[in-house]
Write a protein that binds this ligand. Structure first.
Ligand code: SF4
Length: 207
C-alpha cells in the first residue's frame, strides 16, 4: 500500500466511521431479500417495500407460499420487479425446503441461489454474519478507482485489489465508507470535488 492510499483509507474511516448498511433488516433472510431488491433501486425505496412485505410475510416459508404474481404485486414499486419476484420466490423456496428457513452463512450456497451473485453474497456474509467480505457495487468500483486505491477495469479486479491493501477486519466497513462517499460526494456524474473531504489526496480531483 502506498502512503497516499494509507492516508485515503484513514480519512475515509474518520469521515464515515459512524455510517453503515442503509438497508434495514432484522435477520439474514431479510437482508438477502433486500439486497436482491436493491439492484437499480435506492435503499429508501427498498426499505419502504421490505417494511410492508415482511410485516405480511415474515420469513422464507411465508414468501415461498406466494405466487409469482402475488409477490410481484408487493414489490412492484421497485425496478425490474418481475425478475426480482421470480428470483426471490425461487430462493425462498430453496431456503425453506433445503435449509429449514435459515440463510446459510456459506458463500458457495449463497451464490447458487437464483438472483444472488458475488456482490449480494458478500453483502449478506459481511453484514448479516460478520464474515469478512468486501462487496463491490457501482459506488465502490467508481470511488476506489477515482481515489487511486485500485486501477481496475472490472469489479473482480477491484475486489481482489482492495482486499489486498485493506486489512481483513476492515473489509466490511471499507465497503460502507466507499458507498457513502460515492453517494454523498463522489457522484457518478458531477462529483462534488470542491466540497470533498478527500480532495487533497485524490488523483482525480476536478478531472
Ligand atoms: S476529489 Fe472528486 S473525484 Fe476525488 S474522491 Fe473527491 S469527489 Fe471523488
Amino acid at each position: 500500500m502506498t502512503k497516499n492510499q494509507e492516508l485515503i483509507l484513514k480519512r475515509l474511516q474518520e469521515v464515515y466511521k459512524d455510517l453503515g448498511c442503509a438497508l434495514r433488516f432484522k435477520n439474514p433472510f431479510e437482508l438477502l431479500v433486500a439486497t436482491i431488491l436493491s439492484a437499480q433501486a435506492t435503499d429508501k425505496q427498498v426499505n419502504k417495500v421490505t417494511l410492508s412485505l415482511f410485516a405480511k410475510y415474515p420469513d422464507a416459508f411465508a414468501i415461498a407460499n406466494l405466487t409469482e404474481e402475488e409477490l410481484a404485486n408487493e414489490i412492484k414499486s421497485i425496478g425490474l420487479y418481475k425478475n426480482k419476484s421470480k428470483n426471490i420466490l425461487a430462493s425462498s423456496k430453496i431456503i425453506a425446503e433445503q435449509y429449514g428457513g435459515l440463510v446459510p452463512p456459506d458463500r458457495e450456497i449463497l451464490e447458487s441461489l437464483p438472483g444472488v451473485g458475488r456482490k449480494t453474497a458478500n453483502v449478506v456474509l459481511s453484514n448479516a454474519f460478520g464474515i469478512p467480505a468486501l462487496a463491490v457495487d457501482t459506488h465502490v468500483f467508481r470511488v476506489s478507482n477515482r481515489l487511486g486505491l485500485v486501477d481496475c477495469a472490472n469489479v473482480e479486479c477491484t475486489e481482489k485489489n482492495l482486499c489486498a491493501i485493506i486489512p481483513k477486519e476492515y473489509w466490511s466497513q471499507a465497503h460502507h465508507w466507499l458507498i457513502w462517499h460515492g453517494r454523498l460526494f463522489c457522484k457518478a456524474r458531477n462529483p462534488l470535488c470542491e466540497r470533498c473531504k478527500l480532495n487533497d489526496l485524490c488523483p482525480s480531483y476536478l478531472k
